[in-house]
Design a protein around this ligand. Structure first.
Ligand code: F6R
Length: 610
């Protein structure tokens, strides 16, 4: 979604900010803009389209050299995609320039009020209201702090803001409410951004703002206060992201790079979450006690994280005998919950900033339920607001389509299910040791699957012109079918459906003909025979079968047109091994269709609107 970066220091602001914007590109956007302050005047350049449109425009219409500025990538919510609606927005008298992530719920009311005070609006955005409201209050008695406090307390909704004030060329105002904002601390320079990738090049010291905080960022000083104007003491953290994490390196796309990073993610989690061949995810005794008291779990998540949740359901029910429901966050957050204190809510989110999932966890809290978060980003809102957090340690995921985070989520849920089963006495010691040993060999097995990259590219050549693709899986690999379908639709724009293999005969079978590629995920599991029957049903209707199966599977081979052989693993690990070829299939299909898999149209990396 939208991205913010602001800079005050000694370097050329325009270049720091345009590089920052490129780093934020992955989040999805449809226009971009930049404002710098020079000699008491704010200069704005903004353009609909990609950042290179803005860069072209900056060549045509130079910005004055300056060491302070703010910039933004916009993902339209209020008002169409055009130059005027792009950020930054100047206040009517050019006193403030504002960039904004989030949505102002009461913007029409505020706009109406300001119009009565002779404010005229150029854009259709809610952001211009913020700029004008701030200016209106400032012009009242020329007290900046008072104007800021008045403004933030009148705004309803979610907002991360970076603001330039034309009367102070050593000040960026940053404000956070329900949308992330981070301050990067440098030497004689400081930055503010909605995502640290925008400033990692300059500094790794960061202060994560909390909700309801305002920061005054200057070259040599950063101050914080709350929405009542009281000073707030903050401490910085050192970001341990590698320099290359936000870079593609030798890979043509982040998506491919991240698919190839999956053995590392699995190894990292194995090292962090196992000791002496046993899972130790529940080292926190309070969490352990809490989980043992729960008789029901509700998982809330969106998209790929929802699919990981479905795998979690199968495994927790199988290993730990606790009933689990999985709900889309967007549904869970708005319904009445029939749950008591013995229900645990698990919120799963890569970014930790998905608005629907945040709302879901707040809804759970309103009902007094305990929330355990499974997230990738430690500093995220979901991590901060949940009672307990388990991290998936996938590192920065830049590609919009989630790949390595999914593997991390599934692995952590697998370990959680296993550990719960073990401490409840349902899985004996020797069995757990065997299971963990299998997990240890997983990175090597994934490496083997990655060697199939060119074979999978050839299969993509056979399907990339199709209009539809069907994915079938059963049991633990039904979520794999859903995730395979989601990946291909996101990045290649081919319509795809994922279905439980056994359910296919109750309707979707009517879709099958010689033109329909049907991907059947059927490694050796307890669902093997039944999935094989479904494969025969597809074959009998001349569907083109692409199968993801284990080596030496003659029965599936007979019905398949194309085969992806994956190494055999224990059933509980098959959701990890079987999704990898489907990620590669989606990736190559997208590239063959000329789509950019890192930045699918209309999508954003973290969906911060409800
Ligand atoms: C799919 C994808 C999205 C996200 C969804 C939830 O590849 O990336 O479906 O999974 O928007 O995002 P998080 O996990 O950040 O809450």
């Amino acid at each position: 979604m939208c991205g913010i970066v602001g800079y005050v220091g000694y370097k050329d602001a325009e270049s720091v900010l345009t590089v920052g914007l490129h780093k934020l590109e992955y989040r999805g956007y449809d226009s971009a803009g930049i404002a710098v302050l020079k000699d008491g005047k704010i200069h704005v350049r903004k353009k609909a389209g990609k950042i290179h449109e803005l860069e072209r425009y900056l060549v045509e219409k130079n910005l004055p050299k300056s060491n302070i500025g703010i910039a933004h990538t916009r993902w339209a919510t209020h008002g169409g995609v055009n130059d005027t609606n792009a950020h930054p927005h100047l206040s009517q008298n050019g006193i403030f320039a504002v960039v904004h992530n989030g949505i102002i719920d009461n913007f029409s009311h505020l706009k109406g009020y300001l119009e009565k005070q002779n404010y005229h609006f150029k854009s259709d955005t809610d952001t211009e209201v913020i700029a004008n409201l701030l200016e209106y209050h400032y012009l009242n008695d020329r007290n900046l702090t008072k104007a800021i406090l008045k403004t933030v307390n009148e705004l309803e909704g979610s907002f991360a803001l970076a603001i330039l004030f034309k009367e102070d060329d050593d000040l960026i105002i940053g404000i956070r409410k329900d949308s992330p904002l981070i301050v990067g601390l440098g030497e004689n320079e400081n930055l503010v951004a909605s995502d640290q990738v925008a400033f990692l090049q300059h500094t790794k010291r960061a202060i994560f703002m909390d909700n309801g905080e305002i920061t005054l960022v200057r070259r040599r000083m950063v101050e914080f206060m709350n929405f009542s104007g009281e000073p707030v003491k903050k401490t910085y953290v050192f970001l341990n992201h590698g320099d290359d994490e936000a870079e593609k390196g030798p890979y043509p796309h982040f998506m491919l790079k991240e698919i190839y990073e999956q053995p590392k993610v699995v190894m990292t989690n194995y090292k962090i979450y196992t000791r002496n061949e046993k899972p130790v995810l529940l080292r926190d005794l309070n969490l352990r006690k809490l989980l043992l008291n729960k008789t029901r779990i509700i998982i809330e998540a969106a998209g790929t994280s929802y699919h990981a949740g479905l795998v979690g359901k199968y495994l927790i029910e199988t290993f730990a005998n606790i009933p689990v429901e999985v709900d889309y966050s967007s549904e869970f957050s708005y319904r009445r919950l029939a749950a008591d204190s013995r229900t645990l809510v698990i919120a799963i989110s890569q970014s930790g900033e998905t608005a629907d999932t945040i709302e879901g966890l707040r809804n759970a809290k309103r009902y007094g339920l305990d929330v355990l978060a499974i997230v990738n980003r430690p500093e995220s809102t979901i991590a901060r607001e949940s009672d307990y957090v388990i991290y998936i340690n996938a590192g920065l995921e830049i590609g919009v389509a989630s790949t390595k985070a999914y593997i991390g989520q599934v692995q952590v849920l697998t370990l959680l299910a296993m550990e719960l089963g073990h401490i409840k006495g349902l899985i004996p010691d020797e069995e757990v040791i065997k299971m963990i040993a299998s997990m240890k060999s997983l990175p090597e097995k994934i490496e083997k699957i990655l060697l199939l990259n060119s074979h999978i590219e050839h299969i993509a050549e056979k399907i990339y012109t199709s209009d539809n693709v069907m994915f079938l899986g059963r049991g633990l690999n039904y979520p794999t079918a859903l995730e395979g379908a989601l990946k291909i639709k996101e990045v290649s724009y081919i319509h795809a459906i994922g279905y439980p293999a056994g359910e296919m005969k109750h309707g979707p079978l009517a879709l099958v003909d010689e033109r329909l590629p049907v991907v059947i995920i059927n490694p050796k599991t307890s669902a093997y025979e039944l999935t094989l029957s479904s494969a025969h049903e597809v074959r009998a209707r001349n569907g083109r079968i692409i199968s993801v199966i284990n080596e030496n599977d003659e029965l599936m081979k007979e019905v398949s047109d194309y085969i992806i052989y994956i190494p055999e693993v224990e059933e509980f690990l098959t959701p990890i091994t079987s999704i990898i070829p489907l990620q590669l299939l989606a990736y190559h299909t997208a590239v063959l269709r000329g789509c950019d898999p890192d930045k699918p149209r209309n999508l954003a990396k973290s969906v911060t609107v409800k």
